[in-house]
Write a protein that binds this ligand. Structure first.
Ligand SMILES: [Zn+2]
Length: 138
């Protein structure tokens, strides 16, 4: 996948969640169809750490079940880097377990921004995040 399509509303949902969890890292899932995100699901960071995230396994399981029940696919996993870097970390690359877009929500100059990455076999490439202003009705 070279481009992931989201709406501004999805981005705002991710930012609202990661901002509310400061100074800790925060995480969640992006579900949708094809390469278009339709839902943002927040998941508790069980690690409760400013530099690491571990998705709460029960919440993650329930989120996966909900995604399947809606006929959607897991398209992405997002998490914040409150203190950087602006890209996937060596830990993110080492621990990547899904063929999905890894979205990093990072802060520069007090503003949250997003970048997407595809991680495979210990390396990564950037995935364009195409953010539209209109909501994306299924
Ligand atoms: Zn990370």
């Amino acid at each position: 996948m070279r481009t992931l399509y989201l709406t501004n509303e999805h981005v705002q949902q991710m930012i609202a969640h990661v901002d509310s969890q400061l100074p800790l890292e925060a995480c969640g899932l992006l579900a949708g169809r094809g390469s278009s995100v339709e839902s943002v699901l927040v998941v508790t960071n069980q690690a409760q750490s400013p530099v690491r995230y571990v998705m709460d396994p029960i919440e993650q399981l329930h989120a996966f079940e909900w995604i399947e029940s809606q006929g959607l696919d897991l398209l992405g996993i997002f998490h914040s880097h409150p203190m950087g870097p602006e890209m996937v970390s060596p830990t993110d690359i080492a621990e990547a377990a899904y063929d999905v877009v890894y979205v990093i929500v990072f802060r520069t100059d007090g503003k949250w921004r997003t970048r997407g990455f595809w991680i495979e076999d210990g390396s990564y490439e950037e995935v364009a995040l195409q953010i539209s202003q209109t909501s994306n009705q299924a």
